[in-house]
Design a binder for this molecule. Structure first.
Ligand code: GLU
Length: 424
């Protein structure tokens, strides 16, 4: 019965994809029936209407959501996405993945995600601020430093987190930096948070290439998505000595087999906002980028870009999932048979962001701040440990790496629920 109701609300391809992944993982570890639905379905969600005064004096009402998938392992945690294609089903799937991710890397958090249906590029700075503040205003009774802690995701950034923290703090009447992470340094943001997701992706790529006996200086990398995650991963990988041969955003892609100067491309994007008309390198489409011959392919944009149409055509050795949910289940079945391609699954690959969010929250609660070196050293220790546990699980049960990572994350959430029992 509950299945019918919940699926009707979240019904979408991406939510079904997350549910099928869950079912597969639950079967693989024989998760008891009694705990399955409790672990699988989101606990609660809030949908809000966000009326914003536009610069021309008119009013537009945007729609926003927050889905808290699990609160059994700690306060819920996850980003807020501003994107025109957001749906509540997508937000629910992303919240589920946050649960497995936090649990896999051992953070004392549940999983959540938020979203607003908006193209932030079409708003002025003032409109964006009013929208961000209004979203937080509507969430005040639903979130909090010990309930649910938002952070940036696609289309949001530290400026927006700053506005949200200010709105919340004004409401409660005192400074409350621990209510969101990914804030500007001046408001209690953490050293290293801005680059954390990309740095974690690059670090894991380096580690897996070592396992595969491929020197990183010989590796070529194609990156889809040049936002915070894609660009920081590109910078870190080129610092490790890898050659970035392709990058892209939603406007275009750039291919240069001799190697792209990432810093230069980033300077251009910081100025022009998009890669369009960048003159160095050959233009390519996002679809072509995914099929380029390269050592490492990094999808760092949206979900479901590697499908049954292109999975058979990938020409990489390592697929590093910096985005959440970039590979459909049908594509995954194809990739399972392509043993020449290793995969770093999303819940492991991009966990660096939420790990440093956790550090930021800890620093806020303690009012005691760490250096960037300390942050990154602690981040890499946690990623090493998570990687080792995934590799152990993979070998022990002969699972794919995705199944290994998901079963670890899911089992820990289920165990917490089992141990807590049902209330009342
Ligand atoms: N949005 C990021 C993610 O998908 C970060 C979440 C966070 O830091 O809470 O993992």
């Amino acid at each position: 019965m509950s299945k019918v109701i919940v699926s009707a609300l979240y019904n979408s391809d991406v939510f079904k994809m997350a549910c099928r992944q869950f079912d597969k993982a639950a079967d693989a570890i024989n998760l008891p029936e009694a705990i399955r639905d409790r672990t699988k379905y989101p606990r609660r969600c809030l949908s809000v209407a966000l009326p914003i005064k536009r610069d021309d004096g008119s009013v537009t009402v945007f729609e926003g959501y927050r889905v808290q998938h699990n609160l059994s392992t700690g306060p819920a945690k996850g980003g807020i996405r501003f994107h025109q294609s957001v749906t509540i089903g997508e937000v629910a799937a992303l919240a589920m993945w946050m649960s497995w991710k936090c649990s896999l890397v051992g953070l004392p958090y549940g999983g959540a995600k938020g979203g607003v249906i908006v193209n932030p590029g079409q708003l002025s700075a003032g409109e964006l601020e009013r929208l961000s503040r209004r979203y937080m205003q509507e969430m005040i009774n639903f979130i909090g430093p010990h309930i649910d802690i938002p952070a940036p995701d696609v289309g949001t950034n530290e400026t927006i987190m700053g506005w949200m923290m200010d709105t919340y703090s004004n409401h409660v009447g005192h400074n409350e930096p621990a209510v969101v992470t990914g804030k500007p340094l001046a408001l209690g943001g953490s050293q290293g948070r801005r680059e954390a997701t990309g740095a974690g992706v690059a670090y894991l790529i380096k580690k897996y290439l070592e396992d595969m006996k491929i020197p990183i200086q010989k590796a070529t990398v194609a990156i889809q998505g040049f936002g915070n995650v894609g660009s920081e991963a590109a910078l870190a990988l080129s610092n490790y000595g890898a050659k970035i041969i392709a990058i892209s955003d939603y406007t275009t892609g750039i291919h240069d087999p001799k190697g792209i100067d990432v810093r230069k491309a980033l300077d251009y994007v910081n100025y022009a906002r998009v890669l369009k008309d960048y003159h160095l390198g050959e233009p390519i489409t996002n679809e072509q980028l995914l099929e380029l011959k390269c050592t490492v392919l990094v999808p760092a944009a949206l979900e479901r870009v590697i499908t049954d149409k292109n999975a058979g055509k990938l020409k990489c050795r390592l697929l590093a999932e910096a985005a959440n949910g970039p590979t459909t289940n049908a594509a995954d079945r194809i990739l399972d048979r392509r043993e020449e391609i290793e995969i770093i699954p999303d819940v492991l690959c991009n966990a660096g962001g939420v790990v440093v969010s956790y550090f930021e929250w800890l620093q806020n609660l303690q009012n005691f701040y760490w250096s960037r070196d300390e942050v990154l050293a602690k981040l890499f220790t946690i990623l090493d440990r998570a990687k080792d546990s995934v590799e152990f699980q993979k070998r022990k049960f002969k699972f794919s790496r995705r199944l290994a990572a998901q079963t670890l994350g899911i089992a820990r959430v289920a165990e917490a629920k089992q141990s807590r029992g049902l209330f009342p």
